[in-house]
Ligand binder design. Structure first.
Ligand code: ADP
Length: 464
C-alpha cells in the first residue's frame, strides 16, 4: 500500500502538540509493516539544514529521511513568505492572519508534488484543519486529472476544538467555486470552516480514541460540528495513539535517579524521595505523592481541581504540579501553593527533565480532563507504575480502568475529591497497591498495535 501522510507538524522537525507525535511515529511503524510511506509538511524556520540532514529536490522542495531501516522520506514545502517564521501557526499576539492562505497553499502544493515525484498514493492521510483542504481539492480542483483518480483520503481529527475558522471575505483565496460556500460545504454560521470541508469531502474520518470518536459526535463535545459529523457517522472510527517507549521507559530513562522495572519496583521509592527533595516537600514514605504534568487549561480539569484544591490540601498527601497555561490558573495555584508550602510544590514552566522525574517519583498521576481526545500523560504514568486518577472521558476512558487506576464518571468537584480520598485509602493497602502498579506497568500502548489498526482502516477506505 502507498501512503502519503500530510501533516502540518511532524516529530522531530516541528511540534506544538500530539499531532506531531502521531505524524512522526506512525509512518515509521507502517514502514516496518512493509508499506511505502512518504510525509509532506511545510518547511518552517525551525527546520534548519544544520540540524537535520536536508537535501534539495527542486527550488521549492527539500527532503530529509527519518527511520532506521530504509527510511521514510519527509518532503518539505518551502515558501519563505508563508513558512519562514518563528511560530508554526502564530505568535504571542495570536494566530497569523494569513493562515488560510498558508495552509491552502501547502495543501495544493502537496497534491502537485505527488505528481511531480510520481508517487501515486492509495491513501492520503490528512491531519486536523491544516491539511483538511486536501480532500476538498482532490474532489474539486483535481477531480478531472487522471493521476488523482481513485486516490482515497483519511482525515484524522486530533481535537475538534480547532477547526480553522476564517471570514467569508477570504473565500476567493481558496480558489474554490462559490457554490461550495454553503451549508453542505465549507460554510459555518457565515464563516469558512476548513475542518468541516475536510469532514465532508474525505473518504474516512478518524480520531485518536474510540470513546472520543463517539463523544465528538455529540452536542456537548462537537463544538458545533455534531450535525455534519452525524451525517458521516458510518465513516468515523477511533484509534488510540501509541506511546514512544524509547522515550518513556523507567528502565532506561536518563532523567531519573534510579532506573527500575517491575522486577525491582522497590527502587521506584528512591525516585520518590528524590522528587520530594527537589520539590522541597517533607520526605514522607507513607504519604502518597500526587503528580500533575499538564497544560494549565480548563480542558485539563483545572476548573474543578482549583475549586476543590483547598479541601485537597487538607488531606494526607503531597501534590507536585508542573505546567504552564492560562494566567488565571497560574495565579490561583500560586496563591494556594503559598498557603500550603508543605503540601504543594508548584513549577510554572515547561520542563521535560522534571516531567520525567514526576512520572517516575509520584505514586498517583492526576489527570481529571474534562475532555481528552487521547491523552499521553495517563499512558506515560502507567509505564512508570504511577497510578492514574482520571475522569471517564475520551482516551482516558479507553486506557484507564479500576484494574490499573482510579476513574470517576461525573465531572464534579465532589466526585474528584471522593476519588482522591479513595486513592489515599487504597495507597495504604500495600498488596492492593502493588496489584494496581503491576497492571499499569504491564499495559501495552505501543505504536505497533495502532499502526496495524490504521493499516486496516486504510485497506477499508481503499476498497470503498
Ligand atoms: P495535550 O497534548 O492535550 O497537551 P497530552 O496528555 O496528550 O496533552 O500530552 C501532553 C504531553 O506534554 C505529555 O507528554 C506531557 O508530559 C507533556 N507536558 C505537558 N506540560 C508539560 C510541562 N509543563 N513540562 C513538561 N512536559 C509537559
Amino acid at each position: 500500500m502507498k501512503i502519503a501522510v500530510c501533516a502540518s507538524e511532524v516529530v522531530p522537525f516541528a511540534k506544538t502538540g500530539g499531532l506531531a507525535d502521531v505524524a512522526g511515529a506512525l509512518p515509521l511503524e507502517l514502514e516496518l509493516l512493509n508499506q511505502e510511506v512518504i510525509i509532506i509538511m511545510p518547511r518552517y524556520k525551525c527546520i534548519q539544514e544544520s540540524k537535520f540532514k536536508i537535501q534539495r529536490l527542486n527550488p521549492d522542495i527539500s527532503y530529509s529521511v527519518i527511520g532506521k531501516n530504509s527510511g521514510v522520506k519527509v518532503y518539505f514545502i518551502e515558501k519563505d513568505a508563508y513558512f519562514n517564521r518563528d511560530g508554526l501557526y502564530g505568535d504571542k499576539t495570536g494566530d497569523y492572519p494569513d493562515n488560510l492562505e498558508r495552509f491552502s497553499y501547502y495543501s495544493k502544493r502537496a497534491l502537485d508534488l505527488l505528481k511531480e515525484i510520481n508517487f501515486r498514493p492509495d491513501i492520503i492521510h490528512c491531519h486536523d484543519w491544516q491539511s483538511a483542504l486536501i480532500p476538498v481539492y482532490l474532489k474539486t480542483l483535481y477531480r478531472d486529472s487522471p493521476f488523482y483518480k481513485n486516490i482515497k483520503t483519511l482525515l484524522t481529527i486530533h481535537n475538534i476544538g480547532y477547526q480553522g475558522l476564517f471570514s467569508k471575505e477570504e473565500f476567493p483565496k481558496l480558489s474554490l467555486d462559490w457554490s461550495l460556500f454553503n451549508i453542505e460545504g465549507l460554510e459555518f454560521y457565515g464563516k469558512i470552516n476548513i475542518l468541516k470541508g475536510g469532514i465532508e469531502f474525505s473518504d474516512s474520518i478518524s480520531t485518536v480514541s474510540p470513546t472520543y470518536s463517539q463523544e465528538m459526535q455529540t452536542k456537548q463535545f462537537a463544538f458545533g460540528l455534531e450535525g455534519v459529523l452525524n451525517k458521516r457517522r458510518e465513516s468515523i472510527s477511533g484509534i488510540l495513539n501509541g506511546l514512544d517507549y524509547s522515550i518513556w521507559n523507567p528502565e532506561t530513562d536518563k532523567f531519573i535517579l534510579k532506573n527500575y522495572s517491575l522486577k525491582n519496583i522497590e527502587a521506584k521509592s528512591q525516585n520518590k524521595e528524590e522528587l520530594q527533595r527537589i520539590s522541597n516537600l517533607p520526605l514522607k514514605k507513607d504519604v502518597p505523592v500526587f503528580g500533575i504534568v499538564s497544560r494549565l487549561a480548563q480542558q485539563k480539569g483545572f476548573d474543578i481541581l482549583t475549586e476543590a484544591i483547598a479541601r485537597i490540601c487538607k488531606m494526607n498527601l503531597e501534590l507536585i504540579i508542573l505546567g504552564t497555561g492560562d494566567l488565571r490558573y497560574h495565579i490561583l495555584l500560586k496563591n494556594i501553593a503559598k498557603k500550603y508550602p508543605k503540601v504543594i510544590s508548584l513549577r510554572l514552566k515547561f520542563d521535560d527533565s522534571l516531567a520525567h522525574k514526576i512520572y517516575a517519583g509520584s505514586d498517583i498521576f492526576l489527570m481529571p480532563s474534562k475532555y481528552e481526545p487521547c491523552g499521553l500523560g495517563q499512558m506515560i504514568s502507567m509505564a512508570y507504575g504511577t497510578i492514574p486518577l482520571v475522569f471517564k472521558t475520551g482516551g482516558l476512558a479507553d486506557t484507564v480502568s479500576s484494574a490499573n487506576g482510579f476513574i470517576f464518571d461525573k465531572y464534579k468537584k465532589e466526585d474528584l475529591v471522593k476519588t482522591i480520598e479513595k486513592a489515599i485509602r487504597v495507597f495504604q493497602d500495600k498488596e492492593k497497591w502493588l496489584g494496581l502498579v503491576k497492571n499499569a506497568m504491564q499495559a501495552d500502548f505501543s505504536w505497533g498495535e495502532s499502526a496495524k489498526k490504521y493499516l486496516a482502516l486504510y485497506e477499508k477506505t481503499k476498497s470503498q
